[in-house]
Ligand binder design. Structure first.
Ligand code: AMP
Length: 506
């Protein structure tokens, strides 16, 4: 089965319904979206072969949707590139993926052209989205069959690189179909009167939900700002019906703060699926109080896209902080286990590495057998995340193994310390990392963003920590910052904070 069939079926059922919107304005109906995607497919197949990789390098734009389905209909593989990457990093991805063509937004084309000089990717054909070349794609008619092998690659998903150089997780049509079905089974009820808003990058999490919404005949809405502006987001929720959205946890917080400050509420907000980074209990409680039961949480990674475990909407109606602080239980079609370094399952309550298997899991990293053999063993994906199950199958994530702070030979999980610090009334945001130390091996260091710029006495933070957690877990050092460095996906960049520590002490 080819993912294009989802659009084909929806366009047959709802040809006149609006499929893609820019802000409040309709860009294409389902029938038009199908026609345009097939025209793109026909034009691509004139120049390139099935199985070729086509990159997209663009901030969020409506064209993403026709490009995804056009590339899939052509039997080709899409490699979306994060628009916020440095042009040199983007070129690395073009080189690694061996993309034969790239659809580039007018904003990014200048920097890319410079960075391509002397690169093996300089032969990659560039289409400027909306430019003459792009417009000329819409002349052909597709008249061939659509390739239907579920094992064919559909998406080269470049990992965010927060843990090193970006790698291309190979996702097939089967992988993405499994993800789509699991999303519709576990997380959201979507129908032809629903809308999916895209304030988060369509090159990653937000884009991965496009097939599920297309399958149900729902709208795709791209904000005019091409990103997340909380006030604009609320405007769009006023205009479009039954809105759903994927948010990084930091976006949930930004929306909550906007609602608190403006006193305004998003009218047709039906569902916020959040994930991709830790959501703190303190924050989700505040957000539930404001928005009600609209939340569900996913835990996944590019290698098992959006789908390892999930905390369903109903699970959010709990008084139990342990459940709210967990990432829920195994998703439909996915087996999840927690194992020792030797791969033996541990008892519930014990921490180990999280592994998973199922149709959603990638087949490996593109052109990288070494990384593939480290990540995939005996059919299981080793996630590199540490966690523990409780007796009812709820998984609590600790930290990535390399983020655990080992101080005096004892493991300290930054997340636990962060949860406690966030309960302090003057703390707005926090990130805990380890710093090498001659006596202790490592010490716990907390980067703190104070709420409303208030000064916080270290003593008060210290007392607060010793009230809530074991003494040895409390930070030995506090560093106050105006903001935490974050990636385009809203993930805190611990690597940058560690570098900052080195620079501070140099
Ligand atoms: P990426 O492949 O860039 O999406 O990063 C995936 C990583 O983000 C996972 O391996 C986790 O470490 C982290 N992550 C994803 N979802 C969650 C979540 N719900 N809570 C905490 N961390 C998460």
């Amino acid at each position: 089965m080819n993912l294009f069939s989802l659009l084909d079926q929806a366009a047959t059922r709802y040809p006149q319904n609006g499929a893609v919107f820019l802000g409040e304005q309709q860009v294409s109906s389902f029938a038009e979206l199908r026609t345009r995607s097939l025209q793109i497919a026909a034009a691509l197949r004139r120049e390139f072969a099935a199985g070729d990789c086509i990159a997209i390098m663009s901030e969020n734009r409506p064209e993403y949707v026709e490009l995804f389905f056009g590339i899939w209909a052509a039997g080709m593989v899409v490699a979306p590139v994060n628009a916020k990457l440095h042009a040199r990093e983007a070129v690395q991805i073009l080189e690694d993926s061996e993309a034969v063509a790239a659809f580039v937004s007018p904003k990014l084309v200048g920097a890319l052209e410079q960075a391509l000089e002397g690169s093996s990717a300089s032969k990659c054909h560039q289409f400027v989205i909306g430019g003459e070349d792009y417009v000329s794609l819409f002349q052909d008619k597709w008249d061939g069959p659509i390739s239907a092998s579920p094992e064919a690659l559909a998406w080269l998903f470049y990992t965010s690189g927060t843990t090193g150089r970006s790698k291309g997780a190979m996702l097939s049509h089967r992988n993405l179909m499994a993800m789509t079905i699991s999303h519709l089974a576990d997380m959201e009820t979507v129908d032809e009167n629903s809308s999916l808003l895209h304030p988060a990058p369509m090159s990653h999490g937000s884009g991965l939900y496009i097939p599920a919404y297309i399958a149900r005949g729902a709208r795709q809405v791209v904000p005019r700002s091409a990103g997340f502006d909380p006030a604009e987001f609320m405007d769009l929720c006023d205009v479009h019906p039954s809105c759903g959205v994927f948010f990084a946890p930091t976006m949930v917080q930004r929306l909550r703060l906007e609602v608190e400050q403006s006193g305004r509420r998003p009218a047709n907000l039906r569902s916020i699926v959040y994930g991709g980074g830790p959501m703190y209990v303190e924050e989700i409680r505040k957000s539930l109080a404001i928005f009600g039961q609209v939340f569900s949480q996913i835990y996944g990674q590019g290698e098992s896209p959006m789908t390892i475990t999930g905390l369903r909407r109903a699970d959010h109606a709990t008084d139990d902080d342990e459940i709210l602080g967990s990432v829920g239980f195994a998703r439909s079609g996915v087996e999840v286990a927690v194992v020792t370094a030797e791969g033996t399952p541990v008892a519930s309550g014990e921490v180990g590495e999280i592994i998973c298997r199922g149709d959603v899991v990638m087949s490996g990293y593109w052109n990288n057998p070494k990384a593939t053999s480290e990540a995939l063993k005996d059919g299981w994906l080793y996630t590199g995340d540490m966690g523990s199950f409780d007796d009812h199958g709820y998984l609590t994530l600790r930290d990535r193994s390399k983020d655990v702070v080992i101080s005096g030979g004892t493991n300290i999980y930054p997340r636990e310390v962060e949860e406690v610090l966030l309960k302090h009334p003057d703390v707005g945001e926090v990130c805990v990392v380890g710093q090498p130390h001659p006596e202790w091996g490592e010490i716990v260091v907390a980067f703190i963003v104070a709420d409303n710029g208030a000064a916080i006495a270290e003593k008060s933070l210290d007392a607060h920590c010793t009230d809530h957690i074991a003494r040895f877990k409390r930070p030995k050092r506090y560093i106050f910052v105006k903001e935490l460095p974050k990636s385009n996906y809203g993930k805190v960049l611990k690597r940058e904070l560690r570098e900052k520590l080195l620079a501070l002490d140099a």
